[in-house]
Design a protein. Sequence first.
Length: 219
Amino acid sequence: MKRNVDFKDISDGKLYSSNDMVRADCHNCEGCSACCRGMGKSIMLDPFDMQRLCKGLSVNFDGLMERYIELHAADGMIVPNVKMDGQEEACVFLDAGGRCSIHSFRPGICRLFPLGRYYEGDGFRYFLQIHECRKKDRGKIKVKKWLDTPDLKAYEQYITDWHRFLTDCQEAAGTLDGEKVRILNLYVLRTFYQSEYKTDDFYKEFYTRLSQARETLGI
């Protein structure tokens, strides 16, 4: 999701790589679940998030839609996001004690917080969002440890390529009429989210789908 803000207003002014130390360690978020409440539609899911949630909860896309996720338009493309529920608009995955019930397979945005991604050229770097986390005594931690993501190099390349593909789709959508935009969105949803990933090698299957999608869409 694009943010029309001044980078200096939301960060400490620094950009980080996965090997850098950053003051992001919330000490296991003890006694706090503020970032899991009132987040609206901002916890957007990418295809890898979808695969992890389906596997972790033993459901398919339709099962997630029934209880846990919804669809919304972001920058011209329809993408899934985690639902907020109740008067406090709490994440549907919070348990009665205010703790994450899917922590081992939580989405990438949750792993990232309070960091963000700053895209530039053919990749991205990380930045620290200084106003988003209520914890005042955060400790320093290496970015890659904070992300807690296996095979981080492959994951970062996937995130870069997925972001580039969505950006290309958004640009293409800007040249289409309403019905063709709808067809484009349905195709992307079906190809990358609704269709089950049948192997344990997510990245290999994703890139096969990505190559076919680019050829089909001509982008």
